[in-house]
Every structure is written in C-alpha cells, then in structure tokens.
Design a binder for this molecule. Structure first.
Ligand SMILES: [Zn+2]
Length: 319
C-alpha cells in the first residue's frame, strides 16, 4: 500500500471534496452558490458543531432559509467546496449566541458516527473557524483584518500595511516505535484511565519531520530511534495540526520520562495488549485518529486476530 492509499484510510480527510480553490477568487460565483437551493450550511459555535436531533447525533446541514430561521442570519460563511452536487458552507456563529449544549457537539464525539467524506467537511470547517477566531487582527500592525476569498484569506485593512494572512496548519509528528515484537506506548496524565497511545509532538521551526521523530521520542522516553519510515498523514483540527505519521525502529532499552510530558511509558507486546484488553486495562486512542491506525497496522502485521475485532470482542464500543 502506498502513502496515498494509506492516507485515504484516515478519517477527517477525503478526496471526494472538490475544494474549488479557483471559485474562491470569484465573488459572483460564490454569491450564487450561497443563494443556491443546493447550498447547505453547518453552524459552528465555540468550536462545537450544530447537530440535527433527528440524526442521533449528526451534524445539522441546513438550507439558507433554515439557517436564518435557526440562527438569525446566514452571513459569516466560509465556502468549503462541492460534494455530491451540494455546495457546503461553514457558518461562524457569534460567541454571544445563547448556546444550548444539547444542540452543539464537539467534533471528536461526532466523528465516531461519520464517514470520511462528512468528517472531512466538519474538520475543514472547524480548522478554518478556529483560525478566523485567532486572526481578527493583523499580526504585522495590529489593525483589524477583513475576510476575503470565500473565507480562506484575511487581509489587513490598513492601507499602509495590507498584509495577507492565510490559514495556518501546524505540522506535528506521531510515531509508533517498535522493537523485538514490542511497541512503545505512552500516556498523558489528562487522558482517560488506561489509555495508551503513540508518541507525538510538534515539529519545531528549522527542524525536519524525521528529526522531530527522533527528538520527541528521546525527550519523552529516552529511547533512541534508529530508523523511521513515513506512514501517512491526517489533519487534526484541534485546533490546526497536520499529523505526520511514522513507524520507527529502536533498540528496546530502559525507558526514562525525561521531559515529564508523559506520566507513564511502556514497551508492550501484542500478547500483553490482548491480556490487558481482556482485563480492561488497555484503552487505545480514538479509532478516528491516525495514532489508532499506526497501532492497528503494527498490531495486525503478526496478530492472530485483527485489533478492531479484538476490541469489539472485549466490549470496547466507542473506543
Ligand atoms: Zn497590518
């Protein structure tokens, strides 16, 4: 399987969406699409997504009229693109909107129930909304910025400046380190009980992704990576990362939690994972994440039972 095929198996991204990057430069076409019967809007409020109570739970893709009826306006839209003959828009709702938590749900919870194409739209909408919230003012001169190009660019409103601001994506690495039939797992103190995952961290300025793999693994566990192979990538809009997934090899040496970012790290074999799963002592990362995929691909390489089947048998419903 090549990298493109592997990436296509990751959720929160899909190539079914026609992002229409050139359409963003055509205000008239965008206006027509906003007014079209084929337009659907998804409200985003304080990083939560409007849901349709009839879908249990599912995002509420509303027509323009329904949007105005539910939220009072349909003005702060971002064009996401065209999919299945529908024009999709994100609607940035004011923080001041009275919020009923019953009707807005976080993407992590929603994505469990969605296919790749719908989760892609929501991930895109959430990442752009988060960027807009943080870039209302020009980082160059402090003047308010103006939204343009269908919500994909902000321009400084000061004539003397006019700096153009583009949405940010922050690269991060995530790596499954293996050695002698064992994989390296870590856990952060804030995670749910018994959750263990792969090692991850942001790529620093002036650093290659591979160097970040070596540095992060050493900082968090004191393990020296000997080789690293790219696996696939996944957008992770919490709020704006791109996860670059790797499989790496290391010598199975003593773990030391150097930077204290993890509260525990362990080398676990497949057999140990099976035992812990059956005892309810191992919770993998969410199945929507690339970290789960990295673990799953390693586990299934020489397992008698695939990881997802094992999880279903052990009673893990929404893991
Ligand atoms: Zn400026």
């Amino acid at each position: 399987m090549d990298h493109l095929q592997r990436s296509r198996l990751n959720l929160l991204t899909s190539d079914l969406l026609n992002r229409g990057t050139l359409v963003r430069l055509e205000p008239e076409t965008l206006s027509q699409r906003v007014m079209s019967d084929r337009a659907r809007f998804i409200g985003i409020h304080r990083m939560k997504i409007a849901v349709d109570d009839n879908r249990h739970p599912g995002p509420a893709w509303l027509t323009r009229e329904e949007t105005i009826s539910r939220f009072g306006n349909c003005e702060s839209w971002i064009y996401l693109g065209e999919q299945n003959s529908t024009f999709h828009f994100a609607l940035m709702l004011e923080d001041s909107l009275p919020r009923s938590d019953d009707h807005f749900v976080g993407l992590r919870a929603l994505a469990f129930h969605l296919d790749a194409s719908e989760s892609t739209l929501l991930a895109f909408a959430q990442a752009l909304t988060a960027w807009h919230k943080r870039h209302g003012y020009c980082g160059q001169c402090g003047t308010p910025t103006i939204i343009t190009q269908g919500g994909h660019v902000r321009v400084c409103s000061a004539e003397s400046c006019g700096t153009t601001h583009y949405p940010r994506t922050d690269p991060a690495i995530i790596v499954l380190v293996e050695s002698d039939d064992h994989a390296l797992f870590g856990r952060k103190p804030e995670w749910p009980k018994h959750r263990y995952s792969t090692i991850a961290g942001f790529v620093e300025p002036g650093e290659s992704a591979e160097q970040a793999v070596v540095r992060e693994v050493a900082e968090e566990t004191n393990i020296n990576v000997l080789s690293a192979h790219y696996h696939s990538s996944q957008p992770w809009p919490f709020p704006g990362s791109l996860m670059l997934g790797y499989h790496a090899k290391a010598t199975k040496t003593q773990i030391s939690l150097n930077d204290q970012e993890l509260e525990d790290a362990q080398w676990l074999s497949r057999e140990e994972i099976i035992t812990r799963l059956n005892q309810g002592l191992f919770v993998p990362p969410p199945k929507i994440s690339i970290s789960f995929r990295l673990i799953e691909d390693w586990f299934n390489q020489s397992a008698t039972i695939p990881l997802k089947k094992l999880l279903r048998q052990s009673g893990a419903a929404d893991f």
